[in-house]
Design a protein around this ligand. Sequence first.
Ligand code: HEM
Length: 411
Amino acid sequence: MSAVPVQPGFDPLAEGFLADPFAAMGELPLAEQPIFFAPALGYYVVTRYADIEAVFLDPGTYSAGAAQLPLVPLVEEAGRILLAGGHKPQPSMVSLDPPAHTRLRRPTARAFTPRRVAEMEPRIQATDDALLDAVDPAAPFDLVAALTFPLPATIVFSFMGVPEDDWPRLRAWCGSRASLAWGRPAPEEQVEHARNMAAYRGYLRDLVAAKAGARTDDFAGALLAIHDEDPEQLSHEEIASILFSLSFAGHETTNYLIGNLVRRLLEDRARWERVVADPALIASAVDETLRYDTSVPVWRRITRRAATLGGVDLPEGAKLFLWLAASGRDASVFPEPERFDLDRSNARRSLAFGKGIHYCVGASLGKLEARLAIAGLARRFPDLRLVEGQEIPFHPNISFRGPLELWVRAA
Ligand code: HEM
């Protein structure tokens, strides 16, 4: 049996790691130890592209059950509040294995049609324009507050059919969700987050009930139409669960993607100037950012049985920390991986959206939002630059990463 290397110092929630995970990555002997055990987390860290891809493509061996597990065990009271609020340890689609996963994924894919995404384009454009109109270009501004946060929130909530007055509540609940499953909250914070989760789930159940009585032409309405065809196929409770998936997945992921994208383009003037001169490069810039500095750097799985991965023996129940950000820097797939390269021909191969049965439902919507955001910025503010000397803050969690603030100036 091959011994698994151990990295006792690996802690992705440490301050230095949160500020610069790529520096921490560079200090690890990943060439010799592409899979190692991190006792601080109790997870096996998997870093090579081929190994992560193999995990995604083998749901029979690697269960999605760990995808949203709290990273730290929850105190009893928080656990009790969650269960009473209908929030189980495998709370939604992305944590479920077939056949439960298929029951939710199939109607989601049916309702999330390319037509519905394409129809969002004028709304994304209009939202983007309105947000940028509100910017005062004479003073430095925080691009996250001005654009990258409100744009995807507006789009996903209106796509789902959530009334605008309720958006602030939903945003706040999403913050609790990130901390609870992917962060390391203190016990009293856990209880507060658990209460928020129960309120969040209750809200979505009520929303489905209200929409069942008064139909609307949106994603929730499309799911209710599937329920009407055959109530056995998709229950109201399941529709609320799908909305729970989307309200979060379509929000911070894209906010952070746009933030990372702007940061990476502006930190090297030549990149930004190329994109301004040739907007056809924007699509490549989005793909290259997803490879080089993705907004979902880590995803998780758990073994259903003993398995061998990349020459390492894993026991049954082994929790895997799939380091997607490291797979984007795998030189065997992406030559000169440390170089941000707008001309890279295979950036689209990155595993940023996963692969296989859980492949991100919203990949095309997220990328469309990012492209339109950059196009709008490049058109209006060709001289955009980063405010010098700023320290970019990040939310303390393992799976969602992008600037919480990004200060720029338009001239
Ligand atoms: C743009 C940045 C985004 C990134 C980097 C991203 C990334 C991911 C990843 C890594 C997964 C898990 C894949 C797996 O387990 O194999 C996932 C799943 C998912 N994503 Fe995204 N996502 C993004 C945007 C969106 C948007 C805009 C939506 C919806 C509006 C969305 C909805 C979902 C859903 C519903 C799932 C669960 C699919 C399933 O379990 O079958 N995502 N995403």
